[in-house]
Design a protein around this ligand. Sequence first.
Ligand code: NAD
Length: 488
Amino acid sequence: MDRFQLYIDGKFEPGAASFESIDPATGKPWAMMPEARAADVERAVEAAHRAFLAPEWAGLTATARGKLLMRLADLVQQAAPRLAQIETRDTGKIIRETSAQIAYVADYYRYYAGLADKIEGAHLPIDKPDMEVWLRREPVGVVAAIVPWNSQLFLSAVKIGPALAAGCTLVVKASEDGPAPLLEFARLVHEAGFPPGVVNIITGFGATCGQVLTTHPKVAHIAFTGGVETARHVVRGSAENLARTSLELGGKSPFIVFADADLESAANAQVAAIFAATGQSCVAGSRLLVEESVKAVLLARLKQKAEAVRMGAPDDMATEVGPLCTARQRDRIVRVVAESLACGARLIAGGTPDADTGQFYPPTILDCSDAPQAPCLTEELFGPVLSVLGFKDEEHALTLANETRYGLASGVFTQNLTRAHRMIRGIRAGVVWVNTYRAVSPMAPFGGHGLSGFGREGGLAAALDYTTVKTVWLRTSDSPIPDPFVMR
Ligand code: NAD
């Protein structure tokens, strides 16, 4: 079996314990992963803290930091095929997706490499004649970056890139499910030449690793991506040291199709919105809201497309939907779909997993028109399951769209420009895609509100989030400061 290591203070090491990682396509172990426990986490945070203060990092110019990031970007690009294979093996994410996504991850590092020396302070036109006042943007300190299993290289890049651009140091915690790509990425960090301790990469379990990390007094900012329940633990943990937090959580994103939309485009976008990444995507368009007059037509197209999807080995370039990352995840989907059917949801496609083939679950569509209480309408399934509701008019569409405690992404398909604008205004979500879905870019901030979390990743705003403002007052007068207790 392959073996991976932790990366702490510029060195590769085995960790306090180890655990098997399962190949989701076969359900069998394929590699041994190092498990960080409290003492490993402690060393990683201490290393990051030392590196944060050390002249090898703190003394670098922002331009020099940018050059290191640029070198890392180039190394990611070169290693993309190998990283993609490892991610596919360890998480079941299909090779055509991991290949494309990791190549794009290099662009995120490039973007933040270029941004490093453009994080500017400010000079204030202060209301006092003998003072100069300016603001310095300084790095906040040690960042704990915690990611879930899906797209670990991408979800960590949107934290590592801006945090390093700002001058922070990090302890990155890979998910215990599918940590191999991030542990492998550590080799590139090493090769890029970052001083020891600037980026530490560990993995381990929630209670024995994640929690120790998020409650560590030397962690200044916790950048968390994951589920809502874990986020509550993280926020409680952060209270102890009043560490800053940014939370990228789940969603139950509405995908809204009006009768005037280009239905073929909408159907293709909906297929990508829910079945890409085998539905294990925070922005999955998992609630289709469709105008009643075209519901039957759209559902017929979606059924045909869902049934034609090629489900298979994740390392086959022809595969369109692979296995779920964990058996736990598949079992949960099986349960929620069964409960939704019991509530009166109607099965349009899929719904019956093949018990013998790893952790596969077929592309599934549930018409919930007669099942408003179906749990698939409210619970984030994180799998290839689309729940469908019809709507009467624009107002009804908006009411249904906002009937969720999440607020991450949304899609609107319409040819009507003024209606598109009204929907953009009315939908409560961090992202609105109009006549498209899933587009992302290093330049575009991304994040949600409500149970989808807070803070933004991507763009300049993300780098500023890893800084703190220092206000400097400098007296320019040469006249002596008078004794304050002598009355004049
Ligand atoms: P999860 O919350 O179970 O785990 C996420 C990470 O938190 C893992 O590394 C885990 O080890 C760690 N963790 C667990 N307990 C912890 C604790 N007590 N303290 C600190 N860390 C702890 O999430 P998951 O099930 O792996 O991932 C799926 C979730 O992630 C979904 O809800 C999905 O929507 C969300 N997600 C969000 C985004 C986004 O950008 N908004 C992107 C991808 C995934």
